[in-house]
Write a protein that binds this ligand. Structure first.
Ligand code: LLP
Length: 380
């Protein structure tokens, strides 16, 4: 099989497991940092909060974007400085807000005036000033799956552009709040750059509008969303960071001293991870042949949840003959299916399979459904 995975090293481990290529992770981070220039990268912890991965991210000096108090805790434990952490999320609890304030996170990305009021009160009670950024819903179609588009008016995320002035005025008038900047995010797995160009135009207009009202914006957070090549992870192991950052360098009209931030998740960790599984059975169905793997939607839910496709490789078959199979997992759900009509080399019980590009939103979205154990991770 033509693969960049170290097949002989993988064969000795009980399956299923996640395999992480830390060398590729390091090269990916190094490329991202080099192409980012003076744009600050905050890794979106939700994509993968495995402590070894987070340790690599921290060692490389990236900041973090966290969406729960527990993620803030994991990021700090991994060694990411609190001031490099942004705490976001549409439903922060009081306990999480207090935790973030007391830890001294760099900023809380706030999604409504209602939330600003709660943060202001909790900070005032403690004699603190909460650093906040306003998350704006820019109403942009990111041309991605409906479950992972976030910047449209009808989504639950962010402050409506028409309410931004009122939110900024509220911050300015509240002594326990300090406005650090604006935050945006239009969606995930974005593979064309035009939505980022539109985002830049939107940001330029909003910043100019606030400036005209005497409100300066020091930090602009453009969110995450850069997609990866799920069809050809071996051909394109490192995402197109240069083109992504160029879109912001070209599109944003920055004032002196303004700092740009981004929150990449998938682009940083997606390609370094694979889910490795063994074939339990090759079952003859009616007009179909099923490959039943020992990994399923409990280890990688993206196909079942989004209809996503991860490249499937049979790592151990030596057959020159190919066959067409539906590749499914063992979980009691019809949606527990990795692919239909997959052309694979002749596949047999015991063969080792790889579901590629599983580093982002794989292990992080794992579940115990069917009372299954969480799969371990193996690194090289
Ligand atoms: N910033 C915010 C505010 C976000 O909501 C997200 C992702 C990110 C950054 C990171 O986005 P990325 O760079 O990874 O595209 N489970 C889905 C993806 C959900 C994304 C949620 N938000 C999937 O497996 O495709």
């Amino acid at each position: 099989m033509n693969t960049t995975l170290p097949v002989s090293e993988l064969s000795g481990h009980p399956t299923p497991f996640y395999f992480y290529d830390l060398g590729l992770l390091r090269r990916t981070i190094a490329t991202a940092r080099a192409e980012a220039g003076d744009i600050t990268i905050h890794y979106a912890v939700k994509a993968n909060y495995n402590p070894v991965i987070l340790g690599e991210i921290a060692a490389a000096g990236l900041g973090a974007d966290c969406v729960s108090g527990a993620e803030v805790g994991e990021a700090i434990k991994a060694g990411i400085p609190a001031e490099a952490i942004m705490f976001a999320g549409v439903g922060k609890t009081d306990a999480e807000i207090i935790q973030a304030l007391e830890a001294g996170v760099g900023c809380l990305n706030v999604e409504s005036v209602e939330e600003l009021q709660v943060i202001a009160a909790l900070a005032a009670e403690r004699g603190l000033v909460a650093p906040v950024a306003l998350r704006v819903n820019p109403d942009i179609d990111a041309h991605t799956h409906e479950y992972i588009t976030t910047g449209l008016e009808e989504n639950k995320f962010g402050i409506d552009m028409r309410r931004l002035d009122a939110a900024a005025d509220y911050v300015a008038a509240t002594p326990s709040l300090s406005l650090r900047g604006l935050h945006f995010h239009i969606g995930s797995q974005i593979t064309v750059f035009e939505p980022f160009d539109v985002l830049c135009e939107r940001i330029n207009g909003l910043v100019a509008g606030l400036e005209a009202r005497g409100i300066a914006i020091d930090n602009i957070n453009v969110g995450g969303g850069l997609g990866i090549d799920y069809d050809d992870p071996d051909g394109n192991p490192i995402p197109p960071f240069a083109a992504y950052f160029a879109a912001f360098r070209r599109g944003l009209k920055l004032r002196p001293g303004q700092q740009v931030h981004c929150e990449l998740g998938r682009a940083i960790v997606g390609q370094c991870g694979s889910l490795i599984s063994r074939v339990l059975y090759v079952k003859e169905g009616v007009g179909k042949r099923f490959v039943i793997a020992d990994a399923g939607m409990t280890e990688l839910i993206r196909p079942a949840l989004y209809g996503a496709h991860h490249l499937i490789q049979n790592l151990t078959s030596t057959s020159a003959r190919t066959e067409v199979y539906d590749v499914v997992g063992p979980v009691c759900e019809s949606s527990d299916c990795f692919g239909t009509d997959e052309r694979l080399p002749l596949t047999q019980r015991g063969d080792l399979l790889a579901f590629r590009s599983a580093g982002a939103y794989g292990e992080a979205m794992a579940s115990h459904y069917n009372c299954r154990s969480l799969a371990p991770a193996v690194y090289c």
